[in-house]
Design a protein. Structure first.
Length: 464
């Protein structure tokens, strides 16, 4: 934008010094007017592109929130099916052991009965036993047969129950396979949306990476999380002031160039009128000068074309960055704050950790590769490793509140990005046999507080 006007100023100053005729002044006047119209068209195109891009990013944001919500539902369903499957397998093992023990008991009775039946009833009288013992033996024979029949009937029922359990287990196993396939499809769809969102943000993503590197250097020097948050907020304010300064400078330059172009247009109009009254200058010299100026103008326009495109891209990025989605203040978070991932609560705020220490947040056991989302509206303040916390993500809310999410295997957000509640920001690690742990802290003015009053209904309850 500024380069086209600058070219016209340079060329315009040269033309004023020439003894050009009215026809040449008229042509330059038309060129200036066309350039001004082209500049207005370019500015309108920049705004149109920025609006189109903003709508696309907003669509991707809403789609990613919806897919992430569906994915977490599928993850919860899969975990439930797998827990049921585990319980069924344990019950099958228990009943199998019980059947084996009962089978051994029946086999022992059958062995004893077989030995007794080898002697006919009259032979019992000939056994070297007392009459009382002989009567007891005969009574035992009369009791064993019904007992064996009852045990056999019980075994048949137990075997039927075991067959039903195995059938249900197979059905649950198929449900688990289907749920895993659905989770995988949701994950791929969400990863695709995140990739599109990253590509759409373009220059903003590059700037965010530079800011993240600067913050990472601060993290190595920060003594604790409170200090890190203070430093990150100071850096964020410095960046905002710098961007505002650049915006104001760009706006001032745009207005200055527009005023210069208008002044030049008026000068050319006056020059055209003046030259109508002037004597005819040397036509050959004037033609040569005009051709030389045309060549210079074309060369300068070619040189500035690429730079102008980069300038337009930067302006699109600035417009897009300035139009952030509407976020809710944290005073509206009570009962709306959500846990970032699906999992079982292993430790709650205030739990005794031993040695006089207490938990300052909530620890979840999640599925490997579980999706992590923003617990509430805010802006990403920090991403990166920090001391014993590992990979952490800090989201800045309003009114001095911050959310700390630690233990991620991968982060999908960028520093400075505005996120809405439920928007995907990372993924848990998928390595190792144990279920990974996700740690969440809610802080106010740098101090950890109990998040339970803010949690949505059903969130954050102990489940082992």
């Amino acid at each position: 934008m500024r380069h086209g006007a600058a070219v016209l100023l340079v060329l315009g100053g040269t033309l004023l010094a020439l003894p050009a005729g009215a026809q040449d002044a008229r042509r330059e006047l038309r060129d200036v007017q066309k350039s001004m119209e082209a500049e207005r068209s370019r500015q309108a195109e920049i705004e149109r592109r920025a609006e189109t891009l903003r709508r696309e990013v907003e669509r991707l944001r809403n789609d990613s929130i919806a897919v992430a919500r569906a994915l977490q539902t599928e993850e919860a369903n899969l975990s439930s099916v797998e827990e049921t499957l585990t319980a069924l397998n344990e019950e099958i093992e228990r009943q199998t052991r019980s059947l084996a023990e009962r089978r051994q008991s029946v086999e022992a009775l059958m062995t004893a009965l077989t030995r007794l039946t080898r002697h006919p009833p009259e032979a019992l009288l000939a056994l070297p036993t007392t009459p009382l013992e002989t009567a007891r033996t005969a009574g035992l024979l009369g009791n064993v047969v019904p007992m064996i029949a009852r045990e056999a009937a019980g075994l048949r029922l137990a075997l039927a129950d075991l067959r039903e359990l195995r059938l249900e287990t197979e059905n649950r196993r198929q449900q688990a396979a289907n749920a895993r396939a659905m989770v995988e499809r949701r994950r791929k769809a969400l990863d695709g949306l995140i990739a599109q969102r990253t590509a759409a943000r373009g220059d903003i993503e590059a700037e965010a990476r530079q800011r993240a590197q600067a913050l990472q250097q601060m993290a190595t020097k920060a003594g604790d999380l409170r200090e890190l948050i203070v430093q990150a907020e100071a850096e964020r304010r410095r960046q905002e002031l710098e961007k505002e300064r650049q915006r104001q400078e760009a706006e001032f330059e745009r207005r200055r160039l527009a005023a210069e172009a208008e002044r030049r247009r008026q000068e050319l109009a006056a020059e055209e009128a003046r030259q109508r009254e002037a004597s005819r200058p040397d036509a050959g010299r004037r033609t040569a000068e005009i051709q030389r100026l045309d060549q210079e103008r074309q060369a300068m326009e070619r040189d500035h074309a690429a730079q102008q495109r980069r300038e337009e891209e930067r302006q699109v990025a600035n417009v897009l960055a300035a139009r952030v989605p509407s976020v809710r203040g944290f005073n509206r978070a009570r009962g709306q704050y959500i846990l970032p991932a699906v999992g079982s609560v292993q430790r709650s705020f205030g739990d005794d950790l031993g040695f006089g220490q207490h938990s300052r947040g909530i620890t979840l056991r999640t599925r490997p590769g579980a999706r992590v989302v923003a617990p509430f509206d805010g802006r990403i303040l920090f991403i990166g490793p920090f001391r014993a916390y590992g990979e952490i993500l800090i989201i800045e809310h309003s009114d001095g509140y911050h959310s700390l999410v630690a233990g991620l295997g991968r982060t999908d957000g960028t520093v400075g990005q505005t996120v809405l509640s439920g928007e995907p920001v990372g993924v848990m690690t998928a390595d190792g046999e144990e279920r990974p742990r996700l740690y969440i802290e809610l802080r106010r003015n740098g101090t950890p507080i109990n998040p339970q009053p803010w949690l949505a209904a059903g969130e954050g309850k102990e489940s082992g």
